[in-house]
Design a protein around this ligand. Structure first.
Ligand code: PMP
Length: 396
């Protein structure tokens, strides 16, 4: 049997692969601590769950409009005004089956074969693979721990060519936790103003998991707002990863293009999740704020624990729930049995000897680093990092 050539063009998500390996070890009775996955370990707040139960009882059981229910698209507009001071109309909003689908919609709607998409490293694993699916060309800008994992106007300017179609980034960033300030965004906007054909895809899925706040969106710059596609969703901020609701805000022209693509792939997302989404977006944000306060406590504890481990260099993330340390001091070392050559080897070593799962930095375009989530209980974080410390101490 001959499978399609499409499959040769992209890789499966490293994040999901590590989680699967962890589950396999757990099935063998091994106590694996999962620091690989990117989702809040919290339950969805009760008022949102009640809205879903109500939607089932009210028989919201039919197909939904491809772009999403009107009341949900109105709720997205209300939220964009309330939290981001942005004016959008419901026809500019496309609700999807998660921010991942929104990114796929945007890239498939805009990127042609050979088009260049500039992505600062480190970036979320799926960005580069979606560009490859669309036959576009990924142009990476390497950032560094020393520069806070953020790119600059000069670097973006230097990466632009006549084939540049898109600039794709997340703030807060998965995996680095970097958050662009309004001033930093303003310097990037000056570059985009000079290049009116470039579309900016701004992934804001970690908007609420922000330790320096308030969230700044690049769409707040009126001069380029028409070229920004905001990608956001309910997964992270409302602990609703399994409910699968994402959305975009863009011009009507781009929205219609994305709707066309979604109409042939998934249609409108789950009716029940959408009805619950209306409540999530318009109700009080207290549960979200409490969750972020808990992430702050865990982040501070992880930073304390890491400061006691020689060779691990990291920054204090401004957002999201990951620590992304430079682990390259361990490359070239061995415990007498296993030689660690790169981030993939180090993750496998930590999984097999410390029974802690993490994700290699190479998957995010930053081979010096490894991503460790702190979306896990404080007890597990303490246990996980004490095991990591011990495993690393054996590398000579
Ligand atoms: N963007 C980023 C930066 C993410 O980390 C994730 C989830 N890990 C997504 C998008 C996808 O989110 P969703 O679950 O809504 O598809």
């Amino acid at each position: 049997m001959q499978l399609s050539s499409l499959l040769q063009r992209f890789a499966e998500p490293e994040t999901l692969k590590m989680a699967k390996l962890g589950r396999e070890l757990r099935a063998k009775g091994i106590d694996v601590i999962d620091l690989s996955l990117g989702e809040p370990d919290f339950d969805t707040p009760d008022h949102i769950k009640q809205a879903a139960i109500q939607a089932i009882n009210d028989n919201w059981s039919h197909y939904t409009p491809v772009a999403g229910f009107l009341d949900l698209r109105e709720a997205v507009c209300t939220k964009l005004k309330r939290d981001n001071q942005l004016d959008y109309k419901p026809e500019q909003i496309i609700v999807s089956t998660g921010a991942k689908q929104s990114l796929a919609n945007a890239i498939l709607a805009l990127v042609d074969e050979g088009d260049e998409v500039i992505i600062p490293t480190p970036y979320w694993v799926t960005y580069s693979e979606l560009v490859k699916i669309a036959r576009g060309k990924v142009v990476e800008i390497r950032t560094s721990l020393e520069k806070g994992f953020k790119t600059t106007a000069e670097e973006v300017e230097a990466a632009i060519t006549p084939r540049t179609k898109m600039f794709l980034f997340s703030s807060p960033c998965n995996p680095s936790g970097a958050v662009y300030t309004k001033e930093e965004l303003a310097t990037l906007v000056e570059v985009f103003k000079k290049h009116p054909n470039i579309i900016i895809v701004s992934d804001e899925i970690y908007e609420y998991i922000n330790y320096v706040g308030p969230h700044e969106s690049i769409a707040q710059f009126e001069e380029i707002k028409d070229r920004v596609v905001i990608v956001n969703g309910l997964s992270k901020g409302f602990a609703m990863t399994g409910w699968r609701i994402g959305y975009t805000a863009s011009t009507v022209e781009i929205a219609k293009a994305m709707e066309k693509i979604q109409g042939q792939i998934t249609s409108g997302t789950c009716s029940i999740a959408q009805k619950a989404g209306v409540v999530a977006l318009t109700a009080d944000l207290k549960p979200t704020q409490e969750m972020t306060a808990e992430f702050t406590r865990r982040k501070n504890r992880v930073l304390e624990l890491i400061s006691e481990i020689p060779g691990v260099k990291c920054s204090n993330p401004d957002g999201a729930f990951y620590i992304f340390p430079d682990m390259s001091a361990f490359y070239g070392k061995s415990d007498g049995e296993t030689l660690i050559s790169d981030s993939a080897d180090l993750c496998m070593y930590l999984l097999n000897t410390a029974h802690v799962s993490s994700v290699m930095g190479a998957a995010f375009g930053e081979p010096k680093c490894v991503r460790f989530s702190f979306a896990n209980s404080l007890a597990n974080i303490e246990k996980g990092w004490s095991r990591i410390k011990e495993a690393l101490s054996k590398l000579k």
